[in-house]
Design a binder for this molecule. Structure first.
Ligand code: GDG
Length: 472
């Protein structure tokens, strides 16, 4: 069995349960092969401490059979690669938000510099038979940099966020460089069929790629396989958290506290892609249009802090606070606050109890690669009396979770109406929908996702080295 090398921006210690389902699933495959997990250490070294752009020390640490290898970043590299390009250009554009992108020319140079640094540090760690799996938008050009150094290993890439249509991608200066770099991979995986279609349309129209059939494409003298691999969650792990003492205790506390209310829950990183202001407007519309919900429907919205040093995140925070304040001000009673908003990270083991107490989950992103909260909510439900998932049609999860109530989050009235339907839904319909959704979630869990991707990668054809076309 080949050794697996996982590369991602951040590395999680797989022995810590707080790491979550993805880390647990990757750790399982890494454990089996005695693998290596490589990425940024999370540490930023200030210039005063002698760090130079493009440089960063390597740390190695053993986590059972898995080796964790991490690199520090200089302040300049971190600001350009992480804040500037990854989260200031790629995140907004890939979520269709050209208006929020900052195409400062210095950022892409830093992005490439860090990918080159990663390649230089990773290359000496590699064994000839290693299979390399690179994750997400921070590291798109990494395989190309490795190939330029002579790496001939099998390399796969998975994009956790959406890929927008070709015309939106084309707004990125140097988009051709970025997309060409994907051809250094043997396998490129997306969350949904929609993302895959955007990719194949782009490479056909912009790179005249040749369709070789069965997901194989040829361009720039290289062949890659592209496919959709919708990510799942570790169902057993999350069901275990739900049944654990903390999970049950949290559930009981929420049930007691909200026994006279109908509880709605929202759990998101505070990000403009998650559609939080639109969600709150729909909730306000619900209270206005369907007054029977007054003094009853209560929305607990957790917005965990995220990327606070990126400019656009401050704006969304202020907008959200003002909306919550105005809804509570306009509709609240002495003994009832319609919105409980928390700008805080809640301990992972408390989430299942909160989900289970929710009659309705509001998962209404404007755009999302997949959205794991939708799946976690469903796993945490009591199958005999389950809550209802209101899900944006623009989440990757909507391609799979067809029995949820699918909404257009930009349509305030229709979303409010769907929430009302969810609150009123008879038990039998709730059970039927939940049962069908759980069958999908179980079939396509995170273990299925890992093995489906890695099996497909193993089947890709012999690789070619060298990337003479990699000029920025
Ligand atoms: C990216 C893509 C794709 C949230 N708040 C708290 C907390 N969470 C946990 C949830 C869930 C995870 O974070 C969020 O996952 P999502 O999938 O919803 O979203 P992103 O973070 O944007 O992830 C996304 C994903 O990658 C995987 O490929 O699905 O589309 O954007 O697990 O439970 N966890 C804790 N406290 C919180 O306050 N402990």
């Amino acid at each position: 069995m080949s050794r697996l090398v996982v590369v991602s921006n951040r590395v999680a210690d797989p022995r810590k349960t707080a790491a979550g389902g993805l880390a647990v699933a990757l750790a399982e495959v890494l454990n089996k092969s005695g693998g290596l997990w490589f990425g940024w250490s999370g540490k930023v070294i200030e210039t005063a401490e002698g760090s130079a752009p493009g440089e960063g020390g390597l740390h190695r640490q053993q986590a059972g059979p898995v080796t964790l290898a991490t690199v520090d970043l200089s302040r300049e590299d971190h600001d350009a690669y992480y804040l500037g390009y990854s989260n200031g250009v790629l995140w907004p554009v890939f979520h269709y938000r050209l208006d929020l992108a900052n195409f400062d020319a210095g950022h892409i140079a830093g992005y490439r510099r860090v990918n080159q640094l990663f390649a230089r540090r990773l290359m000496p760690q590699l064994l000839p038979d290693d299979v390399i799996w690179i994750h997400d938008y921070h590291l798109i050009p990494l395989a190309a940099e490795l190939r330029a150094m002579g790496c001939t290993n099998r390399i796969g890439f998975f994009l956790h966020i959406p890929l927008p249509p070709p015309l939106i991608l084309a707004a990125i200066p140097a988009h051709d460089w970025l997309m060409r770099a994907l051809f250094a991979y043997d396998l490129v995986g997306f969350q949904s069929e929609a993302d895959l279609t955007h990719f194949t349309r782009y490479i056909q129209s912009e790179a005249h790629a040749e369709d070789l059939g069965q997901g194989r494409w040829r361009a720039f003298s290289r062949t890659l396989t592209a496919g959709a691999f919708p990510i799942g969650i570790d169902v057993e792990e999350f069901a275990g958290l739900t049944a654990a003492p903390e999970g049950r205790d949290m559930y009981q506390r929420m049930r007691d506290e909200y026994s006279r209310r109908k509880l709605l829950v929202g759990v998101d990183r505070l990000d403009y892609s998650k559609g939080l202001p639109q969600r709150l407007r729909a909730f306000r519309e619900l209270l206005q249009r369907y007054p029977e919900n007054n003094n009853s429907a209560t929305l607990i919205q957790i917005a965990s802090p995220s990327r606070e040093t990126v400019h656009a995140y401050g704006d969304i925070l202020r907008e959200l606070e003002s909306l919550c304040g105005s809804i509570n001000g306009d509709f609240g009673e002495l003994d009832w606050m319609p919105v409980r908003y928390m700008h805080r990270t809640v301990a992972r083991k408390k989430l299942p109890g909160l989900y289970r107490a929710g009659r309705v989950a509001l998962v209404t992103p404007l755009r999302d690669g997949m959205n794991l909260v939708a799946k976690e909510f469903l796993v945490a439900q009591d199958p005999a009396d389950p809550g209802v998932l209101v899900l944006s049609r623009f989440a990757g999860a909507a391609e799979q979770l067809k029995e949820a109530l699918l909404v257009n989050p930009y349509d305030t009235e229709a979303t409010a109406h769907a929430i009302q339907l969810a609150l009123q839904m008879p038990l039998e319909e709730r059970r039927n929908r939940h049962q069908a959704l759980m069958a999908t979630i179980r079939r396509h869990d995170v273990h299925w996702w890992c093995s489906e991707f890695l099996d497909t990668l193993a089947e890709t054809q012999a690789r070619e080295s060298g990337t003479p076309w990699l000029r920025l």
